[in-house]
Design a protein around this ligand. Structure first.
Ligand SMILES: NC(=O)c1ccc[n+]([C@@H]2O[C@H](COP(=O)([O-])OP(=O)(O)OC[C@H]3O[C@@H](n4cnc5c(N)ncnc54)[C@H](OP(=O)(O)O)[C@@H]3O)[C@@H](O)[C@H]2O)c1
Length: 217
């Protein structure tokens, strides 16, 4: 699959590395231009290339957006139209500053991104896995040490595609529900992700139980 990654910090670089490892091709972008990503692309190896954010969005059948939350309005809206977009972001006031459109509106973090990307098939995932764990803790399906990643979104097919990618790179998934209600349940600042240090990890069953979801589903 062709995957675009907009954001080349620890999460973007690690997602690129993991998707490449299982055979996908990746175009990665940051805000400063592809020439600043030459070293990263070289270390990622075959199948990786750098572009602008718009170029990465155009390239990807699926596009991840591991950028700082406070910059979501800069996303290339037209190039992301109709595409599966993986929202890994977390609002973190210390970094992102006061954002009244979030903090006083009652809207969720992904809901605001969906407003900016109205036709994109948004799936919230990877927001509560620390990058080093994403890099090192992937395990084959059925391994008792496999940890789970919560996934939320409104488009069932898009969610299944993202769940498939997560499974390929070594993690279970838990469908936490819709973008707004499900997404809210795994935002930073929740019981399962207090946001003080790396997020806790859960097995699939433990995550379902903690989210109050049906364990047999
Ligand atoms: N670090 C983790 O372990 C972790 C885990 C889960 C989720 N997250 C969340 O995932 C997101 C990324 O985390 P991170 O730690 O990788 O962040 P980071 O180190 O701050 O990296 C952010 C990246 O996004 C790029 N960027 C910012 N605005 C952009 C724009 N408008 N267009 C294109 N690229 C843009 C930056 O490029 P420039 O440097 O060129 O500006 C940088 O490469 C955050 O929202 C974070 O809360 C992080």
């Amino acid at each position: 699959m062709k995957i675009g990654v907009i954001g080349a910090g620890p999460i973007g670089a690690t997602l690129a590395e993991q998707f490449l490892r299982v055979g996908h091709t990746v175009t990665i972008a940051n805000s400063r231009g592809p020439e600043t990503l030459a070293e990263l692309v070289e270390s990622l190896g075959a199948g990786a290339q750098a572009s602008t954010a718009e170029g990465a969005a155009e390239f990807g059948e699926v596009v991840a957006i591991p950028i700082v939350y406070g910059r979501y309005r800069e996303l290339p809206v037209a190039a992301l139209a109709g595409k599966i977009v993986i929202d890994t972001t977390n609002y973190w006031a210390v970094r992102d500053g006061d954002m009244p459109e979030l903090t006083t509106s009652g809207k969720t973090q992904s809901e605001l991104i969906q407003e900016v990307l109205p036709t994109s098939l948004l799936v919230k995932a990877f927001n509560m896995i620390y990058w080093e764990r994403l890099r090192l803790w992937g395990r084959p399906a059925g391994n008792p040490d496999r940890i789970a990643i919560p996934v939320s979104g409104d488009d069932a097919k898009a969610k299944r595609v993202v769940q498939g990618l997560i499974d390929e790179i070594g993690f279970d998934t838990v469908d936490a529900g819709s973008l707004v209600k499900g997404g809210k349940s795994h935002e930073m600042g929740t019981e399962i992700f207090p946001g003080t240090g790396p997020a806790p990890t859960f097995s699939r069953l433990a995550l379902k139980e903690t989210l109050g979801l049906d364990k047999s589903a």
